[in-house]
Every structure is written in structure tokens, then in C-alpha cells.
Ligand binder design. Structure first.
Ligand code: NAP
Length: 248
């Protein structure tokens, strides 16, 4: 199926690497003008430059998504430049794993703010023009552990489960304005985030994945791009697990 995008403008957080990079590149390939956000200017800059070199439209912006004031300022500048950001993909995320008794408040707070507060900030600051335009797509990249929990990741699981509740609440708030809000829950995807896992542990995980392979960033990008397209206009408030069948 060819997806329709009608020259939309998208903002993808965490677009400097991994899943966010794959999402940004796929949207750009479909004619979307993509604002690539990451923490470091180098990583989002390289992705935006790659998109432009391939004939697409992109811009890069280094913003700490956990910093509400920085997101407010970036959003105001972008809305002044583009009028509306039609598609928002909240993908930036971090992990700081540890068993609860050893988890510091800093590790709790930084994981909650980077993964969850960021969704609140970007959605709050970018959604109003979508409501006026009566069109919008919001996709939040959560995780299967937000559905099932995982020992050693209380902070990350809480943030990812929070993103699911946020996605559903926003879906109800914005439905009358023709804005959809959905979540994608990846399983185990090969990116920098998971690269430190020893080969033996990766083998054990693969053994419990019915499709018998780890996921690629492209697997998540494909689902996300669909949810951002015109064709997905009747889907909202849902969580789509993309995990090779791990969680059923
Ligand atoms: P990744 O390779 O570690 O890339 C993370 C991206 O997020 C980077 O571009 C990074 O910016 C950006 N980022 C992190 N903190 C930020 C901040 N405070 N402000 C702005 N940007 C920030 O991660 P990934 O594996 O692609 O994961 C992407 C999303 O999928 C995350 O939300 C993650 O929780 C979720 N997920 C991943 C997996 C998996 O197996 N990989 C599974 C389930 C869910 P820099 O490039 O500047 O560092």
C-alpha cells in the first residue's frame, strides 16, 4: 500500500539514532518535511543532512526533551516558522536500570522526565495549531515493558506505562478535532540502547521471540509511518506491539 502524506510537517524526537532515525528517514522518503530532534546537535544534524542529501526535506534541532522551558521555546520558534507541525512522534528515551532498592532519585527522575514528561511538553506546545487545522497525528514510542513490567526497570516501566495512559487520554481529548494519538510498543530492537547486552543474553531473548529474531529499527518505523499517514485516520487511542510475537 502506498501511504499518503500530503506534504505534511513532522517532528521526531530522538531522531539522531536508532528507531527515531529510521522513523525520520522513512517519513522523509514519503515526502514529509521532518524536524529531527536529538540531544546532541551532531546526531540530529547528521540525520537531517543525510535526508537532504537524498533529496528530502529536513531540519535539525538540538533540544533536551526533558527540559520544559527548552521545549516551549523550540515549539514557539518552530510554529513561527512552519505554522503547524502536523505529525508529532515522541520517540526520545533513555534507560537507567537498577533494582528498586539501589535506584537513585536521579535515575528515577531522569528516566521519567526524558521518556514521559517530554510527551507532555511537546504535545502541549505543538497540538493547538493541529486542533485549529482539524488534522494531526501523535505517535508515542513506548515499550512492551510498559505493558508487562521488567525487573530492574521500575523507572523505565513506569514512564512507558505512563505514556500509554497519556496516549489514550489525549486520544479522547483531541478526537473531535480529527487528531489521532497512538502508541507503538517495540520489543527488543537492535539499536545503541540494546547494544551493550551480552551475546548470550541476546540469544536467550531471541529464544522467547516466536519470530526468532531481534527487531530492526525499520520494523518500528514501518508501523509508525502507517499511523502517521492519511490512511490511518480511523485509528486512535491504541497501543501497537511490534515485538516478533513476544507479548501475546
Ligand atoms: P537510542 O538508539 O539510544 O537513541 C535515543 C535517541 O534519543 C537519541 O537520538 C538521543 O539523542 C535521543 N535522546 C535521549 N535523551 C534525550 C533528551 N533528553 N533530549 C533529546 N533527545 C534525547 O534509542 P532507541 O533504541 O532508538 O529507542 C528509541 C525509543 O524506543 C526510546 O523511547 C526507547 O525507550 C524505545 N524502545 C526501544 C527499544 C529497543 O529495544 N531499542 C525497545 C522498546 C522501546 P542523541 O543522539 O543526541 O544522544
Amino acid at each position: 500500500m502506498n501511504l499518503t502524506f500530503n506534504n505534511r510537517v513532522a517532528l521526531v524526537t530522538g531522531a539522531g539514532r536508532g528507531i527515531g532515525k529510521a522513523i525520520a528517514e522513512l517519513l522523509a522518503k514519503n515526502g514529509v518535511n521532518v524536524i529531527c530532534v536529538s540531544k546532541s546537535a551532531d546526531s540530529c544534524g547528521a540525520v537531517a543532512a543525510g535526508i537532504i542529501a537524498a533529496g528530502g526535506k529536513a531540519k535539525s534541532l538540538a533540544v533536551d526533551v526533558a527540559d520544559g522551558a527548552a521545549v516551549a521555546k523550540a515549539s514557539a520558534d518552530l510554529l513561527a516558522e512552519f505554522g503547524t507541525i502536523d505529525i508529532l512522534v515522541n520517540n526520545a528515551g533513555i534507560t537507567k536500570d537498577g533494582l528498586l532498592f539501589r535506584m537513585s532519585e536521579d535515575d528515577w527522575n531522569s528516566v521519567i522526565s526524558t521518556n514521559l514528561d517530554s510527551c507532555y511538553f511537546w504535545t502541549k506546545y505543538l497540538a493547538r495549531p493541529m486542533t485549529q487545522k482539524r488534522w494531526g497525528r501523535i505517535v508515542n514510542i513506548t515499550s512492551v515493558v510498559g505493558l508487562m513490567g521488567n525487573a530492574g526497570q521500575a523507572n523505565y516501566c513506569a514512564a512507558k506505562a505512563g505514556m500509554i495512559g497519556f496516549t489514550k487520554a489525549i486520544a479522547k481529548e483531541f478526537a473531535s478535532r480529527n487528531i489521532t494519538s497512538n502508541a507503538v510498543a517495540p520489543g527488543f530492537i537492535k539499536t545503541d540502547m540494546t547494544s551493550s547486552l551480552p551475546a548470550e543474553a541476546a540469544e536467550k531473548i531471541t529464544a522467547v521471540i516466536p519470530l526468532k529474531r531481534l527487531g530492526e529499527a525499520a520494523d518500528i518505523a514501518n508501523m509508525t509511518a502507517y499511523l502517521c499517514s492519511e490512511e490511518a485516520g480511523y485509528i486512535t487511542g491504541q497501543v501497537f506491539t511490534v515485538d516478533g510475537g513476544m507479548v501475546m
